[in-house]
Design a protein around this ligand. Sequence first.
Ligand code: NAD
Ligand code: MG
Length: 394
Amino acid sequence: MKQRLTILGSTGSIGTSTLDVVARHPDSYEVFALSAATQVELMLAQCAQFQPRFAVMASAAHARELADKLQANGLATEVLQAPDALEQIAAHEDVDAVMAAIVGAAGLGPCLAAARAGKRLLLANKEALVVGGALFMDTVKRHGATLLPIDSEHSAIFQCLPEDRTTWAQRVDSILLTASGGPFRARDPASLSQITPEQACAHPNFSMGRKISVDSATMMNKALEVIEARWLFDLAPERIKVVIHPQQIVHSMVQFNDASILAQLGTPDMRVPIACGLAWPERIESGAARLDFSQLAALTFEDADARRFPGLHLSWQALRAAEGTTTVLNAANEMAVDAFLHRRLSFDRIHAVNLETLEKMQLPQAPGSLEDLLAVDARARDCARAAVQRWALA
Ligand code: NAD
Ligand code: MG
């Protein structure tokens, strides 16, 4: 039986890499639905190649444009409009697995819909889990969904952990998330204010979406990944550690109680964790190059410099604070990164906005539902918007 897939965010970096892997295995996978925000031409090409039943676009105008072009090309894919349609294609009874590759909190609703429908959920969209936290994990558990990490570090950890998750708490001492350190690892911290969006988006080893590229440069990506790991692996925050490893060959490690460490290695290519998630527990060809040890000069490791990457520590701070604080941190960061990408905020002030939003937001009660989380997210965005304005003028 073919696995029928919905790919949320199919036109992005993870979405296109997923389709690249899927195209290598036409007998095993079938694309049921695709979704994108605005990229009509790429979506049209994907529909022509993969013939999905549904394609979802973010606005009515983009949906209409796509529908016209599909018709002109004699393609039968039906076009629907987000946000409701995203939940529909994530939870549809004819879907087996959902690749969550939308960027940001916008992906939370469809992830929860897939979880409630008991799907196999392939999670690249880390912000959804950072925002959703305990509620996200409870929903997965309650509805018997299968959550498979696609973020390369979390895929690595997942592959190193024993299959029986009930043993993790007694056996695992800590997990070590590796971080590339981004493009400014060796740069003078005093010059960080001069960084442009173009420089921040030119990541040394990967071509990724713009938001995650900026997050990699500030190391807020690693901060989000610490929070992601806390929920995926149900570990206390102090058991999660970060080590800089610029070559990105060791994708992360697990240290057990006897001091033994298991690591997962490979070339830095997101098709590896994607193929791993798609086929788990089987293994399929990903298209990635094999690691050639004779060509590896050195694998190096170092501590993260707190002066250059002050945002990294916000993850542990947010995890120890009131429930809902990670939702606030994510919202602030999305607003700050967007302001930076639109040249309204300097690079070094992304952290200032995040910190100020965390300090100013009051969380009188723990969020107990999706509506509560979205309300916290909206309030935090208002607070961050005001902080962006102040820091833009300062
Ligand atoms: P991207 O910007 O390249 O793609 C995002 C996709 O989501 C696009 O298809 C876009 O059309 C769609 N989208 C954006 N905003 C939307 C909205 N509001 N509603 C509906 N659709 C929307 O991003 P990416 O690099 O592919 O990253 C996707 C997710 O995967 C992010 O959460 C990122 O952190 C995570 N991730 C990415 C990588 C990577 O190598 N790119 C690695 C690990 C994790
Ligand atoms: Mg990652």
